[in-house]
Design a protein around this ligand. Structure first.
Ligand code: ARG
Length: 461
């Protein structure tokens, strides 16, 4: 039998394999709430504009609500031969209300319908990702406040660089997440134009009121060009791009957690709730959640790349290729949601090992810059010369296998005769971090103030 919705000119139905490749109902059924919401707005507008009689509008509205109830209660039967969510809803509506249902599709097409549904889904999802990212920021800011003065090694090239504080490290991620949230909100603002009423591609001859449907669905305005409306998937690309950047941030932190929880580092302890054991090695506490956060970034970036490649060769306006926007977008944004939740749990439970961190902070000549800065400040040496003198001292200490603080004053004075024993005060890691009072620096007082400011700011979000 040919298709009931579009099969007028067809003598027979699709091949089995055609149905399989063509159908999107398996994954777009999750758009049912958005689809029904869009249809309710559309039919109300058709009524107000005098395009449909009030009794048809009323029948369709009642019918759509009962379709919605069936879907919510799980009694709705999804059938592959109905292709997608749009035709599934309309077909059931026809069974419930009879011929009036056929009037719902006046002045619209599945092309503007699917663009509207997807925008509504992505918009809601961006809002909830923003809220979840705020929750992770809160967990990090709380941790930062608790550990504003917990000294740890700061790295460049994963080599000991200069001591920092654990709180400072946490606040670095709070900043990244703030930019991620800005990107979610930018994407939301730009997507918030309603495609409904653009119909297949050219607009419609019916006197519809696109401003009314846009307003009813919470959009700022209707889209201005009907071709662009149905051909645009920027909103998905932009959201996936924002999601990818956020996922990469989470992945970098996850990588740090994986390294830091190893026995060789021992910098932090993850809670039992976020680690797993090994079926053979009884000693194991594996950071699986962190590893999965790291891995899911790959999937999320993959979805962005996949959709960019789907879109790159498409002539205007709609092509069925665009149906491939859904699985990747759903999967990626959901994966990010899971990553944010898992990361928030890990951070809340995270216990930094203060003694190990402090010891590690002092290793690898991490206070060499403090020594050079002292030579500049106290003796007036140009920084380049101070760097050279310090480098020599590091060489002497390294040859003996000791830290800079173990060098005697005469040994120091061999490199620069004017050095006094006041220099030892800057070689401790606590002194080092306390001295970094420049704006944005790691001094515990700075970190405490910033953590407090974030906590206050985030309590209003
Ligand atoms: N399932 C389709 C999609 O997701 C809906 C739009 C179909 N439009 C069409 N002209 N065949 O893209």
């Amino acid at each position: 039998m040919s298709n009931r919705m579009w099969g007028g000119r067809f003598a027979s139905g699709p091949a089995e394999i055609m149905e399989e490749i063509n159908a999107s109902i398996g994954f777009d059924k999750r758009l049912a709430p958005q689809d029904i919401r869009g249809s309710l707005a559309h039919v109300a507008m058709l009524g107000q504009a005098g395009i449909l009689p009030a009794e048809d509008v009323a029948a369709i509205e009642v019918g759509l609500k009962s379709v919605q109830a069936e879907i919510e209660s799980g009694t709705f039967v999804f059938r592959r031969e109905l292709e997608d969510i749009h035709m599934s809803v309309e077909s059931r509506l026809t069974e419930i209300v009879g011929p009036a249902a056929g009037r719902l599709h006046t002045a619209r097409s599945r092309n503007d319908q699917v663009a509207t549904d997807m925008k509504l889904w992505v918009r809601d999802t961006l809002d909830s990702l923003d809220a979840q990212a705020a929750e992770l920021q809160r967990a990090l800011a709380d941790k930062a406040l608790a550990h504003a003065g917990t000294v740890m090694p700061g790295f460049t090239h994963l080599q000991s660089a200069q001591p920092v504080t654990f709180g400072h490290h946490c606040l670095a991620y709070v900043e990244m997440l703030a930019r991620d949230r800005g990107r979610f909100r930018d994407a939301r603002a730009r997507l918030n134009e309603c495609p409904l009423g653009s119909a297949a591609l050219a607009g419609t001859s019916f006197p519809i009121d696109r401003h009314a449907t846009a307003a009813a669905l919470g959009f700022d305005r209707p889209t201005a060009n009907s071709l662009d409306s149905v051909a645009d998937r920027d909103f998905a690309l932009e959201s996936l791009s924002a999601a990818s950047i956020c996922a990469v941030h989470l992945s970098r932190f996850a990588e740090e957690l994986v390294v830091w929880t190893s026995a060789q580092f021992g910098f932090v302890k993850l809670s039992d709730g976020f680690t797993t054991g090994s079926s053979i090695m009884p000693q194991k506490r594996n950071p699986d959640a962190a590893e999965l956060v790291r891995a899911k970034a790959g999937r999320i970036v993959g979805a962005l790349t996949g959709l960019l490649i789907v879109m790159k060769g498409l002539p205007l306006a709609y092509s069925k290729d665009m149906q491939e926007d859904k699985e990747g977008t759903f999967d990626a944004l959901q994966a990010l949601s899971l990553c944010l939740a898992a990361m928030t749990g890990m951070v809340r439970d995270l216990e930094p090992a203060a003694a190990i961190l402090s010891k590690a902070a002092g290793s690898g000549y991490s206070t060499a810059t403090d020594l050079a800065d002292w030579l500049v400040r106290e003796l007036g040496l140009p920084f380049r010369q101070a760097h050279h003198v310090t480098g020599r001292l590091v060489g002497v200490a390294a040859a003996r296998g000791v830290g800079l603080e173990a060098l005697s004053l005469p040994e120091m004075q061999e490199a620069e005769p004017r050095i006094t024993d006041a220099i030892y005060a800057v070689l401790g890691v606590e002194n080092s971090v306390a001295s970094r009072t420049s704006y944005g620096g790691t001094a515990p007082a700075n970190v405490r103030a910033q953590a407090e400011a974030w906590i206050t700011k985030l309590s209003g979000d």
